[in-house]
Design a protein around this ligand. Sequence first.
Ligand SMILES: Nc1nc2c(c(=O)[nH]1)N[C@H]1C(S)=C(S)[C@@H](COP(=O)(O)OP(=O)(O)OC[C@H]3O[C@@H](n4cnc5c(=O)[nH]c(N)nc54)[C@H](O)[C@@H]3O)O[C@H]1N2
Ligand SMILES: Nc1nc2c(c(=O)[nH]1)N[C@H]1C(S)=C(S)[C@@H](COP(=O)(O)OP(=O)(O)OC[C@H]3O[C@@H](n4cnc5c(=O)[nH]c(N)nc54)[C@H](O)[C@@H]3O)O[C@H]1N2
Ligand code: SF4
Ligand SMILES: [Mo]
Length: 675
Amino acid sequence: MTETDIVRTTCPRDCYDGCGIVVHRRDGRIRRVLGDPDHPVSRGGLCGKCAIAYNGAWLDPERRVLRPLRRIGPKGAGQFAPATWDEALAAIAGRLGAIIDGPGAETVVHAHYTGTCSIVATNFPNRFFHRLGATEVEPDTVCNNAGYAALEYVYGTAVKGFDPRTARDAAAILVWGCNPSASAPHAHRYWLPEAPGKKIVVDPVRHDTAQAADLHLQPFPGSDAALAFAMMHVLRREGLVDAGYLAAHAVGWEELSPRLDACTPEWGEAETGVPAADIVAAARLYGAGPSLLWIGQGLQRQPQGGNVVRSVALLPAVTGNIGKPGAGVYYLNGKGATRGMDLGAVGGAQLRRGPPQSIGHMGLAAHLADPAKAQAFFCWNMNVAASAPNQKALLAALSREDLFTVVVDPFPTDTARYADWVLPAATFLEFDDLAGSYFHISLGAQAKAAEPMGESLPNSEIFRRLARAMGYEEPELYESDRSIIDRQLALALPGVGFDQLAAAGTMPVGKEAAVYFADGRFPTPSGRIEIASAAAEAAGHGRLPSPVADARPAGGRLRLLTPASRWLMNSSYGNDAGVAGKLGPAFVTLHPDDAAERGLAAGERVTLRNETGSLSLELAVAPVVPRGVALSDKSRWLAGGANVNILNPGLVSDMGRSTALHGVEVEVVRSGVSA
Ligand SMILES: Nc1nc2c(c(=O)[nH]1)N[C@H]1C(S)=C(S)[C@@H](COP(=O)(O)OP(=O)(O)OC[C@H]3O[C@@H](n4cnc5c(=O)[nH]c(N)nc54)[C@H](O)[C@@H]3O)O[C@H]1N2
Ligand SMILES: Nc1nc2c(c(=O)[nH]1)N[C@H]1C(S)=C(S)[C@@H](COP(=O)(O)OP(=O)(O)OC[C@H]3O[C@@H](n4cnc5c(=O)[nH]c(N)nc54)[C@H](O)[C@@H]3O)O[C@H]1N2
Ligand code: SF4
Ligand SMILES: [Mo]
């Protein structure tokens, strides 16, 4: 007799939504992966990309890496022979041992990020690398580190924003440099429209969330600090500054205020391209409050992204829009900061031998090219060939015969093609863990719905086995997933067991919407909001943020924005046939006037080029971008050996040695036309 049942689990992707999932099984085998109708966020639907891929590539043994693979061809050729786990672990441990005894443990480099963001699978493997003494490629430098640094100067933390449940109390919601219609599809579909307040979106791109907003401000990329200063000028002029709040809870307003004098809305229009009347309207809407400010991660991927975020983040301070219902500034809600979990303990930083060794992603290609610095490279939970900057130089470095490379992934990615060993990772459908979004203040069970496919193993088990092969003795390296899950769950939801959470799917943390910073105290050196920051000054930044906008591209170049694609999760799903059908050919969008000026028509092949590389794409023409801006989504797999990151020179932002990838400039010409 066939037996059907359902397993509730949670999507652990790098996403604002954290959807609930129901896995329908027959005789213990997965039949369908669907949205959980009872989940408060997903309400029965997954996003389009996951609905396709979780029922496509993720369940398809033809697409997965099913057993350890040993390289048998040249680097980059993707030629492998299957091996047993014992062979793989012995070979890897042997080579690592020789490197540790020779050039040194710090020449073992590891990069990891957002393949799965579940608690154990994301953090536990770090224990192994800490014990080994490896060099870590600081993950956030490829994504959001400038924003972290900036918000830490102003508020002392970047991981405690607002509780989305408080939207019911807000008269306005300001979404700045974020595209929920792609990156937070359920927030776009339900949370924003159902919130009673006015919606204001600030984004150079007129994406679906911008179109649905009450007011859309379309600044030129990299000009947002000027826009924020012009809004503060209006707030002060119209008596919307909360002097009482500033006096009690902030430092530096007196220093900042003179800087606002010249930042009239007309000046703001000249600097940003946003009509002065819209700057005034946005300031009035936001200033009336209570107001929520959502700072997107796209905003800070700019050459002066730290200054931009510091400037924008002053709006809540000067209007007192923080510490009360319906107010606050959100960038990310950390799972430790807002749910009480101790991710540091899961990552095992105490196992470190010697001072932490780390590099930023912008320096990865150069680091890996240098045999004195890099003898081995581990890439797990990440696909650097598609995601990281300096793609050409990075692939050249990965081609080094003597760079011992291990890739841990469920799929044979572009990075895996360069590996000496590929280790098969299980997917989130195949092991228990905890998962939670970085937006909603809740926690979900990631419950195992199937046995790991082939010989694949969860990240944690792979690194337990590798620790054993290395002969390591620290008990933390062998802690079971269940022990970690139980401890972290007890911190977030005291009294709730994993089985109880799994039955519910997701549980809110706290019955009511949390209000952060209600006591007006902040974890800065002064205990107040630091409009002026001595710490920033000591680190070589301005004491105050500056009302500056980036220079516009010259010589006919365009600013290239490469944000999240609706149909991909970073590079995940780039290998799914159904997703490929939705994506269509890779394309770039230009403003009609920019296309006309270059004599280009929609549908033709164009080449994007700069000093770093060139890429041929199909042209789309639409007034969704301002003049001077080209738009092409990030993270396709490397058809023809490249994606948009072939054009990305690894520009470093002003803070956090973070990426400034939305600051890349390109020429756009008809393909086949030489320079
Ligand atoms: N041009 C451009 N480049 C960008 C960006 C951009 O906006 N523009 N965005 C940047 C940002 S914000 C980020 S966060 C990075 C993200 O870059 P990555 O971290 O590289 O993100 P993914 O492409 O999702 O890669 C994750 C890999 O993990 C694998 N994976 C999934 N589940 C598991 C698992 O359980 N175990 C293991 N071992 N692997 C798993 C997936 O198959 C995938 O190959 O990209 C950056 N790159
Ligand atoms: N579908 C899907 N969802 C995802 C991801 C994905 O790849 N696909 N990736 C996940 C990850 S890793 C992350 S970090 C988040 C990122 O999600 P978001 O925080 O939304 O960030 P981005 O998609 O990089 O960019 C968002 C917006 O920033 C705008 N932007 C760029 N430069 C500027 C500027 O100078 N000023 C202003 N005001 N806006 C600017 C872009 O036009 C874009 O519309 O999404 C996550 N969710
Ligand atoms: S990626 Fe985000 S929107 Fe899609 S199913 Fe997962 S949590 Fe939901
Ligand atoms: Mo990211």
